[in-house]
Write a protein that binds this ligand. Structure first.
Ligand code: GDP
Length: 610
């Protein structure tokens, strides 16, 4: 069977075969899989009405549409799916097993978020110190990334787990990696200040993740504290206090005097009971999420993990992200050795061969060998993804892909002082390019570009601007590895110019048809193997080989979407024939050509913008 021809380039037909592609693949990736020329796929997609470049990532639907057109069934595989399949090859699944009725209730896992200086750290300290049981247990409380306290509700002792990294860092880092850890968000708002940009951001993060919120109205000990104002302000964001008829619990607290802390803990438990049914199977193979990982001088790689299901024990063979090993010891936040850890329990695991990343999942497997094999396979995949990631992530030069569906440019602004950050943000917000493209600053702050900024950028496809500051510590490495676009400026107008140029680039290119030439058919030749060729005379402009063409008969368009596939003068192939000259025009597999038809050639040109 002859290869079908689209736009003059032949494509290998799939005949319904399936081809698998990772999410965010480009036409070049597809071309590689099916043995086609990337340019041919670009052309084919153009005929379907989509303009993309060969290396731009293409969304799932478009890939599938293109696949259908050329006879391939395209299966888009997300990284999560890939990992699921990897685990399946070992007969493993990440998730709950068994009958829900047999599961046991588990404590809620809480993340504290809110605007800087509203008291997140202080509140986490205050909560940690209310813990009677911990004091009895002795031991010095250490920061291991999470801790569990026991609170009393209606005479019953109830544990609650807190993620001990305040702010959005941990939350977004986890979310960026697809891990769902937090059951409830405590949103801290200082009563003497009010709802601030990061308050709104935190709220957006929580709502996007569909996590219930408890509001801690903090610093009520301070003069000028106005808790009622906070309630009022938050109604605008859909958080209506119970006392105003809504379903969000607001608790007035002071992290300094510890007033209201018990009420806050009760509110957390009541919210959990009212809107969540937190259960886990304690019997299955243990699984969970890495909260933080570090290299300890004495103990080697140490990871704080949160057990989500099963019971983690000393001696278990474990794989966490691309790290593996055998659990040598389990330590709680007081440095006490534990024999086992139940769901929602944060523990330090010693015994891994390398340091996993926050947000990695962990699984316990039967044998060390299996743990190692899974880790090896993940390492290989991470390397592959890294090679590809540079072009997958958004950058100022290649914005169009990410903005296809979402016509918004997200920015993070970091600067050396709040004045310049504000000035830059204000100036950027004044840029106007078009109604359907917007600029959004999702985070701003004073200080160097931190790892958490990059994590946030990863979760939402963001460009990070550093004004008189640089990336700190691991941030540069992470940004490079993940291909996050970080730009440094020392002059405001330069930043504005670049962003403005980027926004202009985001405008969908507009194309207009430009007529190139017309030719009248004088005679039709049948050429073996090629088909009908139109012996024509060029009536206007020029006819070019490979240009797009349509056929007109008696003033009506008979066929559109044709291509001048062959062009000859006498016996010679030529690329161009001018007005007044005769030539032979072949329109590929299109054979319905008659004397007196008119062939019109044209091209699509991008309209320049002003
Ligand atoms: P974070 O940036 O949200 O973690 O805020 P911090 O916990 O570091 O607190 C910021 C400042 O507010 C510190 O100086 C705290 O001592 C102070 N602070 C926190 N909570 C309270 C409170 O309830 N009352 C008073 N008066 N000060 C507080």
């Amino acid at each position: 069977m002859a290869a079908p021809s689209m736009g003059g380039v032949s494509l290998p037909r799939g005949n319904g075969q399936t081809v698998r592609l990772p999410r965010g693949a480009s036409l070049t990736d597809l071309a590689e899989k099916i043995g086609a020329q990337p340019a041919a796929l670009v052309t084919a997609l153009f005929h379907l009405g989509e303009m993309v470049t060969a290396t731009q990532s293409v969304n799932d639907e478009t890939l599938q549409l293109l696949g259908a057109e050329i006879g391939w069934v395209i299966q888009v595989v997300s990284p999560e799916d890939e990992d699921r399949e990897l685990l399946e090859t070992f007969d493993l699944t990440f998730g709950d097993e068994g009958d829900e009725e047999d599961w046991e209730a588990r404590p809620p896992v809480v993340t504290v978020m809110g605007h800087v200086d509203h008291g997140k750290t202080k509140l986490l300290d205050a909560i940690r110190n209310t813990n009677v049981v911990a004091r009895e247990a002795g031991g010095i409380t250490q920061h291991i990334g999470a801790y569990q306290i026991v609170s009393e509700l209606e005479g019953e002792e109830r544990p609650i787990t807190f993620i001990d990294t305040p702010g959005h860092e941990s939350f977004t880092a986890m979310r960026a990696r697809g891990a769902k850890v937090t059951d409830i968000v405590v949103l801290v708002v200082a009563a003497d200040d009010g709802v601030m940009p990061q308050t709104v951001e935190a709220l957006n993060h929580a709502q996007a993740a569909e996590v219930p919120i408890v509001v801690a109205v903090n610093k009520i000990d301070k003069e000028g504290a106005n808790p009622a104002k906070i309630r009022q302000q938050l109604t605008e964001y859909g958080l209506v206090a119970e006392e105003y008829g809504g379903d969000t619990m607001f608790v007035d607290v002071s992290a300094t005097t510890r007033q209201g802390i018990e009420d806050l803990l009760a509110a957390i438990l009541l919210t959990a009971d009212a809107s969540l049914d937190l259960r886990a199977n304690t019997e299955q193979d243990p699984q969970g999420v890495v909260i933080e990982g570090k290299l300890d001088k004495g103990r080697g790689p140490v990871a704080t993990v949160l057990v989500q299901r099963g019971t983690l024990r000393q001696g278990d063979s474990i794989v966490a992200g691309d790290a593996y090993g055998r659990v040598r010891s389990l330590l709680d936040e007081h440095g006490n050795k534990l024999r086992e850890a139940l769901p929602a329990r944060p523990v330090q695991v010693v015994g891994l061969t390398s340091v996993p990343r926050a947000g990695d999942t962990f699984l316990v497997v039967e044998e060390d060998r299996v743990a190692r094999q899974i880790a090896d396979r993940r390492q290989a995949r991470i390397r592959n993804a890294q090679n590809a990631s540079m072009r997958k992530r958004i950058s100022l030069e290649d914005l169009d892909a990410a903005l296809k569906e979402n016509r918004q440019l997200n920015l993070i602004i970091k600067g050396d002082n709040s004045g310049t950050v504000e000035a830059l943000e204000e100036a950027l917000m004044k840029i106007e390019v078009s109604d359907d493209i917007s600029l959004r600053v999702i985070h701003r702050g004073v200080g160097g570009i931190s790892k958490s900024d990059i994590d946030l950028a990863l979760a939402d496809d963001v460009i990070v601007l550093g004004f008189n500051v640089r990336a700190e510590g691991q941030a540069t490495e992470l940004a490079n590895r993940e291909g996050v676009d970080v730009r440094y400026y020392t002059v405001i107008y330069q930043a504005i110019e670049e962003i403005e140029a980027a926004l202009k680039g985001m405008l969908k290119p507009e194309y207009e048809e430009v007529q190139l030439g017309t030719a009248e058919v004088r005679e039709v030749f049948r050429v073996p193997k090629i088909g009908n060729v139109a012996g024509s005379i060029v009536r206007g402009g020029t006819i070019n080989r490979n240009s797009k063409a349509r056929l007109i008969r008696d003033g009506a368009v008979v066929a559109d979407n044709l291509t001048v596939e062959s062009l000859r003068r006498f016996k010679d192939d030529v690329t161009e024939v001018r007005e007044g000259y005769e030539c032979g025009i072949g329109l590929g597999s299109f054979n319905d050509i008659k004397v007196e038809d008119v062939i019109e050639t044209f091209e699509m040109r991008e309209k320049p913008r002003d």
